[in-house]
Design a protein around this ligand. Structure first.
Ligand code: GLV
Length: 322
Protein backbone atom coordinates (compact mmCIF):
# COMPACT_ATOMS: atom_id res chain seq x y z
CA UNK A 1 0.00 0.00 0.00
CA UNK A 2 1.23 3.47 -0.87
CA UNK A 3 2.37 5.67 2.00
CA UNK A 4 -0.03 8.54 2.65
CA UNK A 5 1.60 11.96 2.21
CA UNK A 6 1.82 14.22 5.26
CA UNK A 7 -0.11 17.44 5.03
CA UNK A 8 -0.71 20.45 7.23
CA UNK A 9 -4.07 22.27 7.24
CA UNK A 10 -4.17 25.79 8.69
CA UNK A 11 -7.83 25.67 9.82
CA UNK A 12 -10.51 23.07 10.60
CA UNK A 13 -12.51 22.90 7.36
CA UNK A 14 -16.09 21.65 6.83
CA UNK A 15 -16.41 17.88 7.41
CA UNK A 16 -16.66 16.77 3.75
CA UNK A 17 -13.27 18.40 3.05
CA UNK A 18 -11.65 16.94 6.17
CA UNK A 19 -12.96 13.49 5.14
CA UNK A 20 -11.30 13.71 1.71
CA UNK A 21 -8.01 14.76 3.28
CA UNK A 22 -8.12 12.04 5.96
CA UNK A 23 -8.80 9.34 3.35
CA UNK A 24 -5.72 10.21 1.28
CA UNK A 25 -3.27 11.94 3.62
CA UNK A 26 -1.79 11.91 7.10
CA UNK A 27 -3.31 15.13 8.40
CA UNK A 28 -1.99 17.60 10.98
CA UNK A 29 -4.01 20.73 11.50
CA UNK A 30 -4.53 23.94 13.43
CA UNK A 31 -7.72 22.60 14.98
CA UNK A 32 -9.80 25.74 15.10
CA UNK A 33 -12.50 26.74 12.63
CA UNK A 34 -12.52 30.44 13.46
CA UNK A 35 -9.17 31.74 14.69
CA UNK A 36 -6.24 32.00 12.26
CA UNK A 37 -3.15 30.02 13.10
CA UNK A 38 -0.45 31.99 14.96
CA UNK A 39 2.74 32.47 12.98
CA UNK A 40 4.94 30.27 15.21
CA UNK A 41 2.41 27.40 15.01
CA UNK A 42 2.38 27.72 11.23
CA UNK A 43 6.18 27.61 11.01
CA UNK A 44 6.22 24.54 13.29
CA UNK A 45 3.25 22.93 11.55
CA UNK A 46 4.78 22.85 8.07
CA UNK A 47 8.09 21.28 9.19
CA UNK A 48 7.20 17.76 8.01
CA UNK A 49 4.49 18.66 5.50
CA UNK A 50 4.55 17.59 1.85
CA UNK A 51 1.28 19.41 1.30
CA UNK A 52 -0.17 22.59 2.80
CA UNK A 53 -3.83 23.61 2.72
CA UNK A 54 -4.15 27.28 3.65
CA UNK A 55 -6.53 30.24 3.66
CA UNK A 56 -6.33 33.92 2.70
CA UNK A 57 -5.50 34.80 6.32
CA UNK A 58 -2.18 32.91 6.19
CA UNK A 59 0.92 34.71 4.90
CA UNK A 60 2.81 32.04 2.99
CA UNK A 61 6.15 33.71 2.34
CA UNK A 62 9.79 32.68 1.92
CA UNK A 63 10.13 32.06 5.67
CA UNK A 64 7.27 29.55 5.68
CA UNK A 65 8.59 27.84 2.55
CA UNK A 66 12.07 27.60 4.11
CA UNK A 67 10.51 26.02 7.22
CA UNK A 68 8.92 23.31 5.02
CA UNK A 69 11.79 21.40 3.35
CA UNK A 70 9.54 18.56 2.12
CA UNK A 71 6.77 20.77 0.71
CA UNK A 72 5.56 19.85 -2.80
CA UNK A 73 2.08 21.33 -2.99
CA UNK A 74 0.17 24.33 -1.61
CA UNK A 75 -3.61 24.48 -1.99
CA UNK A 76 -5.44 27.67 -1.08
CA UNK A 77 -9.16 27.66 -0.33
CA UNK A 78 -9.74 30.88 -2.27
CA UNK A 79 -9.57 32.22 -5.77
CA UNK A 80 -7.15 35.02 -4.80
CA UNK A 81 -3.59 34.14 -3.77
CA UNK A 82 -1.92 37.50 -3.17
CA UNK A 83 -0.98 36.29 0.34
CA UNK A 84 1.33 33.67 -1.19
CA UNK A 85 4.89 34.34 -2.37
CA UNK A 86 4.69 32.63 -5.74
CA UNK A 87 8.35 33.27 -6.51
CA UNK A 88 9.39 31.44 -3.36
CA UNK A 89 7.16 28.51 -4.40
CA UNK A 90 8.47 28.50 -7.97
CA UNK A 91 12.10 28.56 -6.80
CA UNK A 92 11.43 25.22 -5.06
CA UNK A 93 9.17 23.78 -7.78
CA UNK A 94 6.18 23.73 -5.41
CA UNK A 95 2.77 23.59 -7.11
CA UNK A 96 0.05 26.07 -6.14
CA UNK A 97 -3.68 25.43 -6.67
CA UNK A 98 -6.71 27.64 -5.96
CA UNK A 99 -10.52 27.33 -6.06
CA UNK A 100 -11.87 29.38 -8.98
CA UNK A 101 -15.31 28.96 -10.63
CA UNK A 102 -17.15 27.50 -7.63
CA UNK A 103 -17.39 30.95 -5.99
CA UNK A 104 -18.04 33.08 -9.07
CA UNK A 105 -21.82 33.48 -8.87
CA UNK A 106 -21.89 33.76 -5.07
CA UNK A 107 -19.36 36.59 -5.14
CA UNK A 108 -21.16 38.35 -7.99
CA UNK A 109 -24.36 38.13 -5.91
CA UNK A 110 -22.65 39.91 -3.02
CA UNK A 111 -21.34 42.63 -5.34
CA UNK A 112 -24.92 43.14 -6.47
CA UNK A 113 -26.23 43.17 -2.91
CA UNK A 114 -23.70 45.88 -1.96
CA UNK A 115 -24.52 47.88 -5.08
CA UNK A 116 -28.27 47.89 -4.43
CA UNK A 117 -27.86 48.40 -0.68
CA UNK A 118 -25.56 51.42 -1.18
CA UNK A 119 -27.64 52.92 -4.01
CA UNK A 120 -30.95 52.57 -2.15
CA UNK A 121 -29.65 53.29 1.37
CA UNK A 122 -30.85 49.96 2.72
CA UNK A 123 -28.62 49.90 5.81
CA UNK A 124 -29.19 53.58 6.56
CA UNK A 125 -32.95 52.91 6.43
CA UNK A 126 -32.64 49.92 8.73
CA UNK A 127 -30.63 52.00 11.22
CA UNK A 128 -33.19 54.82 11.06
CA UNK A 129 -35.99 52.48 12.06
CA UNK A 130 -33.84 50.80 14.68
CA UNK A 131 -33.17 54.08 16.48
CA UNK A 132 -36.86 55.13 16.35
CA UNK A 133 -36.17 57.84 13.77
CA UNK A 134 -38.88 56.96 11.23
CA UNK A 135 -41.30 59.89 11.16
CA UNK A 136 -44.11 60.58 8.70
CA UNK A 137 -43.56 59.53 5.05
CA UNK A 138 -42.33 62.41 2.91
CA UNK A 139 -41.51 62.70 -0.78
CA UNK A 140 -37.74 63.05 -0.50
CA UNK A 141 -37.16 60.80 2.48
CA UNK A 142 -34.18 58.47 1.98
CA UNK A 143 -34.02 59.03 -1.75
CA UNK A 144 -31.21 57.12 -3.42
CA UNK A 145 -29.89 56.40 -6.91
CA UNK A 146 -31.40 54.21 -9.63
CA UNK A 147 -29.47 51.20 -10.87
CA UNK A 148 -31.91 49.79 -13.45
CA UNK A 149 -31.15 51.15 -16.91
CA UNK A 150 -27.97 52.98 -15.87
CA UNK A 151 -24.32 52.41 -16.87
CA UNK A 152 -22.33 49.62 -15.18
CA UNK A 153 -18.52 49.69 -15.26
CA UNK A 154 -16.64 46.57 -14.15
CA UNK A 155 -12.92 46.83 -13.44
CA UNK A 156 -11.34 43.40 -13.88
CA UNK A 157 -13.53 41.37 -16.23
CA UNK A 158 -12.38 37.89 -15.21
CA UNK A 159 -14.82 35.21 -14.11
CA UNK A 160 -16.43 37.23 -11.31
CA UNK A 161 -16.42 40.46 -13.31
CA UNK A 162 -18.19 38.72 -16.18
CA UNK A 163 -20.81 37.29 -13.80
CA UNK A 164 -21.38 40.84 -12.50
CA UNK A 165 -21.78 42.12 -16.08
CA UNK A 166 -24.38 39.39 -16.77
CA UNK A 167 -26.39 40.64 -13.79
CA UNK A 168 -26.17 44.14 -15.25
CA UNK A 169 -27.81 42.88 -18.43
CA UNK A 170 -30.80 41.73 -16.40
CA UNK A 171 -31.02 45.27 -15.01
CA UNK A 172 -31.13 46.80 -18.51
CA UNK A 173 -27.75 48.46 -18.02
CA UNK A 174 -25.24 49.64 -20.57
CA UNK A 175 -22.10 47.59 -19.87
CA UNK A 176 -18.51 48.86 -19.76
CA UNK A 177 -15.43 47.01 -18.62
CA UNK A 178 -11.75 47.67 -18.05
CA UNK A 179 -9.09 44.96 -18.15
CA UNK A 180 -5.41 44.74 -18.93
CA UNK A 181 -6.53 44.30 -22.53
CA UNK A 182 -9.83 44.17 -24.47
CA UNK A 183 -11.65 40.82 -24.64
CA UNK A 184 -13.51 40.48 -27.98
CA UNK A 185 -15.23 37.22 -26.92
CA UNK A 186 -16.68 38.93 -23.87
CA UNK A 187 -17.81 41.87 -25.97
CA UNK A 188 -19.56 39.53 -28.41
CA UNK A 189 -21.25 37.51 -25.64
CA UNK A 190 -22.35 40.33 -23.34
CA UNK A 191 -22.37 43.41 -25.52
CA UNK A 192 -19.94 45.04 -23.08
CA UNK A 193 -17.61 47.79 -24.32
CA UNK A 194 -13.95 48.25 -23.36
CA UNK A 195 -12.94 51.56 -21.80
CA UNK A 196 -9.73 52.99 -20.37
CA UNK A 197 -9.97 53.18 -16.58
CA UNK A 198 -10.45 56.95 -16.64
CA UNK A 199 -13.23 56.81 -19.25
CA UNK A 200 -14.99 53.98 -17.40
CA UNK A 201 -14.93 55.95 -14.15
CA UNK A 202 -16.28 59.07 -15.84
CA UNK A 203 -19.11 57.29 -17.69
CA UNK A 204 -20.35 54.72 -15.15
CA UNK A 205 -23.17 55.11 -12.65
CA UNK A 206 -21.99 51.98 -10.85
CA UNK A 207 -18.32 50.93 -10.68
CA UNK A 208 -17.67 47.40 -9.43
CA UNK A 209 -14.11 46.26 -8.77
CA UNK A 210 -13.32 42.57 -9.26
CA UNK A 211 -9.63 42.73 -10.30
CA UNK A 212 -6.99 40.65 -8.50
CA UNK A 213 -4.41 42.34 -6.27
CA UNK A 214 -1.08 42.53 -8.08
CA UNK A 215 1.85 44.97 -8.15
CA UNK A 216 0.00 46.67 -11.02
CA UNK A 217 -3.41 47.03 -9.33
CA UNK A 218 -2.26 47.95 -5.80
CA UNK A 219 -3.52 51.46 -4.98
CA UNK A 220 -5.15 51.91 -8.41
CA UNK A 221 -8.13 53.78 -6.90
CA UNK A 222 -7.25 57.04 -5.15
CA UNK A 223 -8.27 60.70 -5.04
CA UNK A 224 -7.51 61.25 -8.75
CA UNK A 225 -9.74 58.33 -9.79
CA UNK A 226 -12.62 59.21 -7.45
CA UNK A 227 -12.55 62.80 -8.75
CA UNK A 228 -13.40 61.43 -12.20
CA UNK A 229 -16.57 59.67 -11.00
CA UNK A 230 -20.06 61.12 -11.23
CA UNK A 231 -21.39 62.71 -8.03
CA UNK A 232 -24.30 60.23 -8.30
CA UNK A 233 -22.15 57.12 -8.77
CA UNK A 234 -21.77 54.06 -6.56
CA UNK A 235 -18.39 52.40 -5.96
CA UNK A 236 -18.25 48.71 -5.00
CA UNK A 237 -15.15 46.66 -4.13
CA UNK A 238 -15.40 42.88 -3.72
CA UNK A 239 -11.82 42.18 -4.84
CA UNK A 240 -9.04 43.10 -2.39
CA UNK A 241 -8.81 46.13 -0.09
CA UNK A 242 -5.33 47.32 -1.12
CA UNK A 243 -6.57 48.13 -4.63
CA UNK A 244 -8.08 51.20 -2.98
CA UNK A 245 -6.30 53.97 -1.05
CA UNK A 246 -8.78 53.82 1.79
CA UNK A 247 -8.04 57.20 3.36
CA UNK A 248 -8.57 58.82 -0.04
CA UNK A 249 -11.85 56.93 -0.47
CA UNK A 250 -13.03 58.19 2.93
CA UNK A 251 -12.23 61.79 1.89
CA UNK A 252 -13.94 61.29 -1.48
CA UNK A 253 -17.10 59.85 0.09
CA UNK A 254 -17.16 62.67 2.61
CA UNK A 255 -17.02 65.13 -0.30
CA UNK A 256 -19.83 63.19 -2.06
CA UNK A 257 -18.01 61.77 -5.09
CA UNK A 258 -18.65 58.85 -5.34
CA UNK A 259 -22.13 59.23 -3.91
CA UNK A 260 -21.89 56.00 -1.93
CA UNK A 261 -19.77 52.86 -1.61
CA UNK A 262 -20.30 49.18 -0.85
CA UNK A 263 -17.16 47.46 0.41
CA UNK A 264 -16.48 43.84 1.28
CA UNK A 265 -12.69 44.16 1.49
CA UNK A 266 -10.33 46.54 3.29
CA UNK A 267 -6.69 47.58 3.34
CA UNK A 268 -6.08 45.77 6.65
CA UNK A 269 -8.61 43.16 7.74
CA UNK A 270 -10.38 42.82 10.06
CA UNK A 271 -11.41 46.44 10.64
CA UNK A 272 -12.86 47.54 13.98
CA UNK A 273 -15.76 49.79 15.00
CA UNK A 274 -13.41 52.80 15.16
CA UNK A 275 -12.62 52.65 11.43
CA UNK A 276 -13.08 56.05 9.68
CA UNK A 277 -15.38 54.47 7.06
CA UNK A 278 -17.91 53.89 9.84
CA UNK A 279 -18.22 57.64 10.43
CA UNK A 280 -19.87 57.96 7.00
CA UNK A 281 -23.59 57.47 6.33
CA UNK A 282 -23.02 56.63 2.64
CA UNK A 283 -21.22 53.31 3.00
CA UNK A 284 -22.34 49.70 3.33
CA UNK A 285 -19.66 47.39 4.69
CA UNK A 286 -19.47 43.61 4.91
CA UNK A 287 -16.67 41.53 6.51
CA UNK A 288 -15.04 39.88 3.45
CA UNK A 289 -17.93 37.50 2.77
CA UNK A 290 -17.98 37.51 -1.04
CA UNK A 291 -18.00 33.72 -1.32
CA UNK A 292 -19.79 33.08 1.98
CA UNK A 293 -22.85 31.01 1.12
CA UNK A 294 -23.16 27.63 2.85
CA UNK A 295 -23.00 25.66 -0.39
CA UNK A 296 -20.12 27.66 -1.88
CA UNK A 297 -17.90 27.56 1.19
CA UNK A 298 -18.35 23.78 1.46
CA UNK A 299 -17.61 23.43 -2.26
CA UNK A 300 -14.48 25.61 -1.95
CA UNK A 301 -13.21 23.52 0.96
CA UNK A 302 -13.80 20.20 -0.82
CA UNK A 303 -12.22 21.54 -4.01
CA UNK A 304 -9.16 22.75 -2.07
CA UNK A 305 -8.90 19.25 -0.55
CA UNK A 306 -9.33 17.55 -3.95
CA UNK A 307 -6.70 19.83 -5.49
CA UNK A 308 -4.14 19.01 -2.79
CA UNK A 309 -4.77 15.26 -3.02
CA UNK A 310 -4.51 15.38 -6.83
CA UNK A 311 -1.17 17.22 -6.88
CA UNK A 312 0.35 15.03 -4.17
CA UNK A 313 -0.67 11.86 -5.99
CA UNK A 314 0.55 13.11 -9.37
CA UNK A 315 -2.96 13.38 -10.84
CA UNK A 316 -4.05 16.28 -13.05
CA UNK A 317 -6.12 19.14 -11.67
CA UNK A 318 -7.27 22.09 -13.75
CA UNK A 319 -6.72 24.44 -10.84
CA UNK A 320 -2.95 24.79 -10.88
CA UNK A 321 -2.00 28.48 -10.75
CA UNK A 322 0.44 29.21 -13.58
C1 GLV B 1 -11.65 35.37 -1.28
O1 GLV B 1 -11.38 36.51 -1.08
C2 GLV B 1 -11.07 34.59 -2.34
O2 GLV B 1 -10.09 35.03 -2.96
O3 GLV B 1 -11.56 33.49 -2.58
Amino acid sequence: MNRKPSIFVTRRLPDPAMAILAEHCTVSLWDNAEIPIPRDELLRGVAEAEGLLCLITDRIDAEVIAAAPRLRAVSIMAVGYDNIDREALAARGITLTNTPDVLTETTADLAWALLLAAARRVVEGHKLIERGGWGPWHPLQMVGQDIYGRVLGVVGAGRIGQAVLRRGRGFGMRLLYHNRRPNPALEAELGATYRSLNDLLAESDAVIVTAPLTAETRGMFGAAQFALMKPTSIFVNVARGPLVREDELVAALRAGRPWAAGLDVFEREPIGPDHPLLTLPNVVLTPHIGSASVATRVRMATLAAENLVAVLSGKPTPHVVR
